[in-house]
Design a protein around this ligand. Structure first.
Ligand code: ATP
Ligand code: MG
Length: 169
């Protein structure tokens, strides 16, 4: 059984990690799509697809998970054709795991089995909350896998976000 999991992973956090570890233990392979792959250097989307790729792959390998493929997916801004767009870039999958109602609906309409994984500590394990903490120099490192802390440090990610929050006036 091949399973599909989609996110923007801005950044990859322990909620995503718990879900993917669980899927990987049940499925033969997990296809992880990095959505809005073209977006980066924005406060809502600070990290590039390549940086997010590193965050995900290092975190999973650190925990002994190897049965995954990561596929970056560019936005097409056209919901009715989005599933075909994803299909054209990934191996065939049997099941789609998502908590996002729109993504679930779009795959359901194309005949896929869609399942909603359970949420882990959604109040803190949430991209929006982690980005807010990063920008305000609050504690965020305990909300992400260790490898993500290392990648953010390596790319000077916090300083990037500070720069993004400034204006030229
Ligand atoms: P943002 O706040 O930027 O939207 P996010 O935490 O929702 O970030 P996404 O990349 O948008 O992360 O989500 C990818 C998938 O992970 C979605 O299906 C989302 O519902 C799910 N998800 C997000 N947080 C958790 C969590 N704490 N536990 C389980 N699944 C989660
Ligand atoms: Mg989200």
């Amino acid at each position: 059984m091949r399973a599909l999991y989609i996110g923007r992973f801005q950044p990859y956090h322990l909620g995503h990690h718990a879900v993917i570890e669980e899927i990987a233990s049940e499925a033969d392979e997990v296809i992880i799509c990095i959505g809005s792959a073209q977006r980066s250097h924005e406060l809502e989307n600070p990290f590039t697809a390549g940086e997010r790729y590193l965050m995900i792959s290092k975190s999973l390998r650190d925990d002994g998970v190897f049965n995954f493929y990561i596929v970056p997916i560019l936005d097409v801004n056209w919901n009715a054709v989005w599933v075909s767009h994803v299909q054209s870039l990934i191996p065939p999958v049997d099941v789609v795991l998502t908590n996002n109602p729109l993504i679930g609906r779009l795959f359901d309409e194309k005949g896929y089995e869609v399942r909603a994984p359970s949420l882990f500590n959604r109040k803190e394990y949430a991209g929006t909350e982690i980005r807010r903490r990063m920008l305000n120099h609050e504690q965020w490192a305990d909300l992400v896998p260790k490898a993500v802390v290392e990648v953010v440090k390596e790319i000077d990610g916090i300083r990037r976000m500070e720069n993004l929050s400034r204006s030229d006036t």
